[in-house]
Design a protein around this ligand. Structure first.
Ligand code: BJW
Length: 231
């Protein structure tokens, strides 16, 4: 069980070259989220949705972790406290930086899911909308991603961790998407201190005890150094 819960969002991977969603030039200025991030959009046009995620999978494979991912992996390794990383990101940059365990509440680009039988398997670099499921053979494969209206993964486990943590930290997330945006409220209810590290104030900034503004590659390693020096 975790003493410290860290929630990360697209902002932590921005300096690795992966686009955020809601910033200027973010993904939602190029794509209609209703078309590419809802089950209804996928039913209407699976080829478009696969194209969107195939492009993001290629970007992710070309990207590298930045000092913020590396600092969180160091905190997980060297802290005397149990540190749980919960990410909304579908990239694997926390893992590639050496993080031990990460909850991907919105799924992963590296996973494929069958809409027909629920089987999961590693996604190929380029997913084909007509590829059959390796289990049931139906051509209903999709990226293993949580879209709007779907239940994020491992919610019971995350809620248990939030109830036990003495510190909750949100990094690089705009606080616009629930249930993740409600974690600060949940952590506070259970007595945790709360800290936000973000480029600019988020939609939920007012709910945090402390806030530090700046690029994650700067603020996160500094904060981790302080945490490790204080123990
Ligand atoms: C930097 C930086 C740098 C930049 N350094 N920082 C009305 C009220 C409340 C809820 C709802 C509602 N109507 C509908 C809902 C529910 C809905 C929802 O929240 N909608 C909102 C739009 C209102 N949520 C859902 O449907 C979720 N499921 C659900 O609720 O199930 C029921 C349930 C109920 C109760 C408990 C449990 C379940 C599912 C949400 C699925 C989200 N999916 C997406 C796309 C799929 C993944 C993918 O393709 O990648 O997930 S949407 C997109 O937003 C993606 C992200 O993970 C998510 C969050 O975005 P994030 O990470 O915050 O990115 P940005 O771009 O918004 O912000 C970046 C931040 O970084 C900014 O603040 C920058 O300043 C900062 N930044 N550079 C530091 N260098």
């Amino acid at each position: 069980m975790a003493d410290i819960v860290i929630l990360t969002g697209a902002g932590i991977s921005a300096e690795s070259g992966l686009g955020t969603f809601r910033d200027e030039n973010g993904l939602w200025t190029q794509y209609d989220l209703e078309q590419v991030c809802t089950p209804e959009g996928f039913s209407r046009n699976p080829a478009l949705v696969h194209e969107f995620y195939n492009a993001r999978r290629a970007n992710c494979l070309d990207a590298s972790p930045n000092p913020a991912h590396e600092a969180l992996a160091r905190l997980q390794r060297d802290s005397r406290h149990e540190v749980m990383i919960v990410t909304q990101n579908v990239d694997d940059l926390h893992e590639r930086a050496g993080a031990r365990e990460v909850i991907h509440m919105h799924g992963t680009l590296g996973g494929a899911l069958c809409q027909n039988c629920g089987a999961r398997w590693p996604a190929p670099r380029v997913m084909d909308p007509l590829a059959p499921c390796p289990n049931c053979r139906m051509p209903e494969t999709r990226p293993d991603i949580v879209w709007f209206g779907e239940m994020p993964y491992e919610m019971d486990r995350i809620m248990n961790e939030l109830a036990r943590a003495f510190l909750f930290v949100a990094i690089g997330t705009s606080g616009n998407v629930y249930p993740a945006a409600g974690f600060v409220h949940e952590a506070r209810l259970h007595g945790a201190r709360t800290l936000e590290l973000n480029l600019e104030p988020s939609a939920t900034s007012g709910q945090f005890d402390d806030s530090r503004l700046g690029p994650a590659s700067d603020t996160v390693p500094r904060w981790v150094d302080e945490m490790l020096a204080a123990q």
